[in-house]
Design a protein around this ligand. Structure first.
Ligand code: HAM
Length: 422
């Protein structure tokens, strides 16, 4: 019988990696808290219509990447491919805007997109999302970028570069769209089949096509920045001025159109060279029209999502593998020593100290081997002689030095030697 394996593009996060994820999450929640974001936890399953309406029918995500199914009562449901639409849904459903439209939320969890799996691209992946509702000012966009830069710096990611763009608004984008279509009309034969289709459905996405022929054909395409209306221009200027004032180096990237249709004005991505082809570790932007599209009031919004899997890969690459181990391993030799030591183990564990022991009567040699494998800092040895002398030996696994430990006060003495008394 063949053994059952996980689904293609779905991966397990094993304990070594999970420890790194925990520490990243801890740093992220500290940073998010300092910037005033509060956690919101949402379902993984939503009505398909929510994503179709917000992300856009003519996007890759909605056209071909969603995990959608009909449940037993005939409802069309989708495993969320992103979180933003659901955060907006919750804000509207609970009428939170009626008490206070200005809200800052974060949410961390799995997303699902049926993309072609490769390194840094999975079908179940995780995101850290941050969203600001009710603030139209470009300073809110800048605050998101500063927060991303701060988080990445704290995690030791040194080559993160923000790319920024403005996609304009419903007032000025149609002019650009027309200019782009005019430009493309003379270059039809050089576009890939997808881009030929996108001309009808979503022409801005052509700027972001990775096919070399399309990139070449659109090299001199008109720049969206030249078509911005006065309000969008001013928004983008203030954003750049604020980033300059903070000394944050960024790149203006006219092709940064993003893969979701809800954006208006600011878009941004954080790219790093550490990721190869999948270079964006985070992406986001302003989506002032989404609340209305989803049937709510006209409330501006801006946000981003960090790709947790990608972030963990970058942080791990910069760190080397340093796996934590127990502070102490108790090597109890024989049934009597085991019976004596077991309550100490429980007391240490219950006081928050990582201590470990083998519940089998193994030789000193194999117990020391086990302690080494676990990466224990110290080993308390108790055999027949130690029981007779009522004194165990505490060995430091790095220096090999041993100190005596009174077995009558084993837990207190261990705590003192492990530096856990303070
Ligand atoms: P997104 O650019 O689609 O934006 O995703 C954000 C980040 O999630 C990407 O930069 C990448 O790091 C990570 N990511 C996306 N797809 C995958 C995948 N298949 N495997 C691994 N990582 C992936 C959004 O999702 C927007 N909702 C962001 C946003 C929030 N905009 C406003 N608020």
């Amino acid at each position: 019988m063949t053994s059952i394996r996980s689904i293609k593009g779905f991966k397990d996060i094993l304990p070594g990696e999970a420890a790194l994820w925990q520490s990243i999450e801890k740093t992220a929640t500290e940073v998010l808290g300092a910037f005033g974001f509060r956690e919101i936890r949402l379902p993984i399953l939503e009505k398909t219509e929510l994503f179709a309406r917000s992300i856009g029918e003519a996007t890759d995500i909605v056209e071909k990447e969603m995990y959608t199914f009909t449940d037993r009562s005939g409802d069309l449901l989708t495993l969320r491919p992103e979180a933003t639409a659901a955060v907006v849904r919750a804000y509207l459903q609970h009428k939170i805007y009626a008490q206070d439209p200005v809200q800052k939320y974060y949410t961390i969890g799995p997303m699902f997109r049926r993309e072609r799996p490769q390194k840094g691209r999975y079908r179940q992946f995780y995101q850290i999302n941050a969203e600001i509702f009710g603030v139209g000012s470009p300073y809110a966009d800048v605050q998101l970028i500063v927060m991303l830069v701060d988080l990445l710096e704290r995690l030791g990611v040194t080559d993160a570069q923000p790319h920024v763009n403005s996609l304009g608004c419903p007032a000025c984008r149609p002019d650009f769209r027309r200019a782009l279509l005019d430009f493309l009309a003379a270059r039809e034969e050089r576009l890939c089949a997808d881009c030929l289709r996108r001309r009808e459905t979503n022409p801005l996405r052509i700027l972001d096509c990775k096919v070399p022929g399309c990139r070449e054909a659109t090299r001199d395409a008109p720049a969206l920045s030249r078509f911005l209306c006065a309000e969008c221009r001013s928004h983008f200027d203030i954003l750049q001025g604020a980033l300059d004032a903070l000394g944050i180096a960024y790149l203006i990237d006219n092709r940064l159109v993003r893969g979701l249709d809800y954006y208006s004005r600011t878009t941004f991505e954080i790219q790093t060279s550490a990721l190869g082809a999948q270079s964006a570790v985070a992406g986001g932007g302003r989506y002032d029209g989404l609340m209305k599209t989803l049937g709510g009031p006209d409330i501006p919004a801006t946000g981003f999502a960090i790709g947790f899997d990608r972030l963990a890969e970058i942080v791990a690459a910069g760190k080397g593998t340093e796996t934590p181990g127990p502070l102490v391993f108790i090597a109890a030799l024989g049934a009597e020593a085991q019976a004596r030591a077991f309550p100490w183990l429980a007391a240490l564990n219950r006081s928050g100290i990582w201590a470990d022991m083998l519940f089998e009567d193994k030789s000193l040699k194999s117990q020391m081997k086990r302690a080494g494998k676990l990466g224990a800092r110290k080993v308390l040895i108790i055999g027949e002689n130690e029981l007779a002398a009522n004194t165990g030996q505490l060995r430091d696994m790095t220096t090999r030095e041993q100190v005596p430990v009174s077995l009558d006060r084993a837990v207190e003495e261990l705590r003192r030697h492990l530096g856990a008394d303070g």
